[in-house]
Design a binder for this molecule. Sequence first.
Ligand code: HEC
Length: 303
Amino acid sequence: MSNWFERNSLYIGLAAAWTAMLGSLYFSEVLGYIPCTLCWYQRILMYPLAGILAVGLLRRDRGVSFYVLPFSLLGMGFSTYHYLIQKTTIFGGETSCQVGVPCTTVWIDWLGFITIPLLALVAFVIITIMALISLQAPAEVEDIEAHEATPWLAVGGVIGALLIVFGLLAFVNRPAAASSESEPPPVTMLSAEEATDAEAMPADGAGGETSGEADGAALYAASCAGCHGADLTGIAGLGNSLVTSAVVKTYDDETLLLLIRNGRTADDPGHGSSVPMPPNGGNPNLSDAELLAITQYIRSQTQ
Ligand code: HEC
């Protein structure tokens, strides 16, 4: 282990904690992604680390790792569990989040595997490793001379923290003028072939000849009901009513399928509510055939 790492491990951990905290606030406050219950647990464990590590470093407290590890290790557990329920069915595909956004909702899916809990997991792992490196670093590597935080340091810290909070609030509440200039996402129509292919394709994993409508109901319950409600009338603050939706009434199947595929960001001109709709309803695994089954289910319930 190089000396450099031993001397700077806690700074790397601090950077990881701040990146994770600001990144998660960017996702929720700027992009409008709604954190699920499991996301909140990870936030509860991550956010204090941004402060604990900073104070530990300022006070040159070699014992800071002992305060960091309980948070980072628990955080690793939550992130791993969250990632597994997003990407696998080993916990039965059901989620522990019955209220609000389903924990299986995938807001981002970069390269097909990088989701928000995975990012959190990476941060928790970095912080844990850095805390462990700092723990085992020989005493002479660091200046461990007892170091009381001087008053100006405390004052500076408080002012800095206030500036950051006010800056963030100002940024988040900035007038939305700029966003209206952004281009609406192009609505490319499915070609006739693709559409018929999709209809002919059996629903993935459905295992045989179940009727499209029955599938649609189950798929709707799993991926959409969390926001649009079991009875399709919507849940305030999460998703609008599909029963009264003009979009559902007027769009044909392909356009509707495409809307669900793409989701809607809050700056989309067609957007009617204050929250975004995640692409695929937050479930990247839904095939065209499954989305069509859902669409048909929605139609069967709204006409
Ligand atoms: C995380 C919450 C969430 C989930 C999960 C979700 N939606 Fe949505 N959905 C929304 C929001 C919010 C809107 C409103 C977007 C807007 O105002 O443009 C919306 C809009 C829609 C619309 C357009 C309705 C209209 O009148 O504008 C359709 C159709 C729709 N969703 C279908 C689905 C389907 C099908 C699923 C499941 C595959 C799903 N949604 C999952 C949040 C969600």
